[in-house]
Design a protein around this ligand. Structure first.
Ligand SMILES: [Zn+2]
Length: 582
């Protein structure tokens, strides 16, 4: 592989040297602040070694070695933690987490996320309660419903919502964030009726008579979402500040927030200045639809783009482009028709592209030629091929190694796509899939039903990635699926859906991988996708001390138990950002 490996420090050797050469130093001054002993330290270093203990001083990892050796370093003020044989990992890096938006969802008065709701009647009841507390005409906004987890196994309709909210406009975003449902009042306010054509890259759902059903997918969502009450910088500041500690409680120390605009950036800056940002944040700016706007964005962000620079807490890192829709709305761009209910065919539906393909390629070219890291959303096999062919083309025209362009989701890559991943990773340090293993579980029933019986076993081919040496990074896509990485550790191995609607294992287990492989995807591989692999992502001497002690040995527990593991301690920069209460 042409990728330059991260710097390797032979920490065991250094430790031995230090113990002998530094022995006469006053032990106080040099003693670590904290040592973790009797651990399975998954270092994620180049040798992929497991150590027994780690020492932290200030914001750095100062030594990694055996329990016996590290114990000798302790001074009177060193906090000594016996891990009891449990696993210690680098802090988790979630390479796709819409946290600014998702934190607002957690603050919504309306809880329509499974298992708080299990039927359409439950959703209606939540909307009714919300309407009771609102003045006439005020909006009801909610998110995270999923037809695949509702008793009726169908999407909500405007008529469902009209029953409980005839006068207040309602907009409920599906958990995929690629479609939603509006009631009749909201459709009226948006000016949507039977005569309204589908916008480019979007679908207005219609009933058998051709009237709008309330469902709006992809670029059609903006018709209603664009007239909902605006969300302010202060809203994002409040939401993130209140929720960010929950990420630490699941072992997350870095996120890549992949779709920001100026409000999110201003909010993250404020939270960071307030000292309340207890995760590192690397952001991608959403590229607007026209070339003129895309050029304006480039000019606007150019002065503050700094991936791989000195900043380690808040990084303006690159841009995000959408190629296609989603697997839940069957709008991702496919070669063959989507399925329905696992074995039926959604005749004539091969999904959509967000923009004309010429325009998408022009946008990729614009940012690539400006030297900007690009994350491209591509779910369907055809969208993924298009993304990789585009990357290959712009890289051939302007070879620029090290931009690490990614394929966000990369759900159903073809052999051609994987060939290009291998080649572009090797030749240009680009074309890395950023993958969400928990999709298989959290939205897995709807997903498997849509991909169908033949394609489902090829969705998220993580075993093939491993075997072909394709580096990929782990992520949640919160709030599409929950951010806790324990779900991904489990799902990448178990490949089970939540409800088993189409049998116990519609995905099959040929593409299952080990917990260690997923750990690497969420740590050192993920660190590369936020350009921080020299500083975090592994437990090596000299790196920033982003470390998690887990409550179990992740390597020896049954796979099913991975879903329940919890951090005992999470360190960011050597500071405790989470400690379990007992
Ligand atoms: Zn996303």
């Amino acid at each position: 592989m042409g990728i330059s490996p991260p710097p390797v420090r032979l920490t065991l050797g250094v430790l031995t040297l230090c113990v002998s050469a530094c022995g006469e130093q006053p032990s106080d001054a040099r003693a670590p602040d904290l040592i973790l002993l009797n651990a399975q330290v998954a270092t994620m270093n180049a040798a992929d070694s497991i150590a027994g203990a780690v020492a932290v001083s200030g914001n750095r990892i100062t030594d990694v070695g055996t329990t016996e050796a590290i114990r000798l370093l302790a001074g009177p003020h060193t906090e000594v933690i016996d891990a009891g044989g449990n696993t210690v990992t680098p802090g988790f890096i979630d390479t796709h987490n819409h946290f600014a938006w998702g934190a607002l969802g957690d603050r919504s008065p309306l809880n329509i996320e499974y298992p708080a709701v299990t039927s359409i009647d439950d959703v209606k009841e939540q909307v009714r309660l919300a309407v009771d507390n609102l003045d006439a005409g005020k909006w009801v906004i909610g998110s995270r419903w999923d037809a695949g987890k509702l008793l009726e196994q169908r999407d909500l309709t405007a008529a469902d919502l009209d029953d409980v909210s005839p006068d207040n406009p309602v907009w409920l975003l599906h958990t995929s964030a690629h479609y939603g449902v509006a009631n009749t009042r909201a459709l009226e306010l948006a000016g949507i009726d039977a005569g309204t054509p589908d916008p480019d890259g979007g679908v207005i759902g219609r009933d058998d008579a051709g009237n709008p059903s309330g469902i709006l997918a992809d670029q059609a969502m903006a018709l209603v979402a664009g007239i909902t009450p605006p969300v302010s910088v202060e809203d994002f500041v409040r939401g993130v500040t209140e929720q960010v500690g929950l990420l630490n409680a699941e072992g997350i120390t870095t996120i890549k927030d992949p779709e920001i605009d100026q409000r999110h950036w201003d909010a993250y800056k404020t939270i960071n200045e307030n000292g309340d940002l207890s995760v590192r944040v690397f952001v991608l700016w959403r590229v607007p639809d026209t070339m003129t706007e895309a050029r304006e964005l480039l000019q606007h962000i150019k002065p503050i783009l700094n991936p791989g620079g000195d900043a380690v807490d808040l990084i303006s890192g690159g841009v995000k482009i959408y190629i296609d829709g989603s697997g839940t709305a069957r709008t991702a761009w496919m070669y063959d028709d989507w399925n329905e209910n696992f074995t039926e065919v959604d005749e004539g539906n091969t999904g959509l592209t967000y923009l004309e393909t010429d325009l998408l390629l022009a946008q990729i070219r614009l940012f690539h030629e400006a030297g900007v890291h690009i994350g491209t959303h591509a779910i369907g096999d055809r969208a993924i091929d298009f993304t990789l062919d585009s990357y290959a083309r712009v890289l051939a025209d302007k070879p620029t190694p090290g931009l690490r362009h990614s394929i966000i989701h990369s759900n159903l890559p073809t052999v051609h796509a994987m060939d290009l991943m291998v080649k572009l990773q090797r030749d240009y340090d680009a074309a890395y899939p950023e993958v969400q293993p928990a999709f298989l579980w959290w939205i897995g029933d709807a997903y498997a039903g849509n991909f169908g019986s033949e394609r489902s076993p090829q969705v998220l081919p993580l075993r093939t990635f491993q075997e072909r040496g394709i580096k990929w990074a782990g992520s949640s896509d919160f709030d599409v699926s929950p951010y806790a990485p324990r779900y991904a550790l489990w799902a990448a191995s178990a490949r089970e859906t939540m409800l088993g609607t189409y049998g116990e294992n519609p995905w099959g287990t040929d593409e299952s991988i080990s917990v260690h492989e997923t750990l690497r995807a969420y740590t050192i591989n993920a660190a590369r996708q936020v350009f921080l692999e020299q500083k975090v992502g592994s437990i090596e001497e000299g790196k920033l001390a982003d470390i998690v002690l887990w409550d179990r040995d992740l390597y020896s527990i049954p796979v099913a138990e991975l879903k329940d593991v919890k951090p005992v301690l999470t360190l960011l920069n050597g500071e405790v950002v989470y400690r379990a209460s007992n």
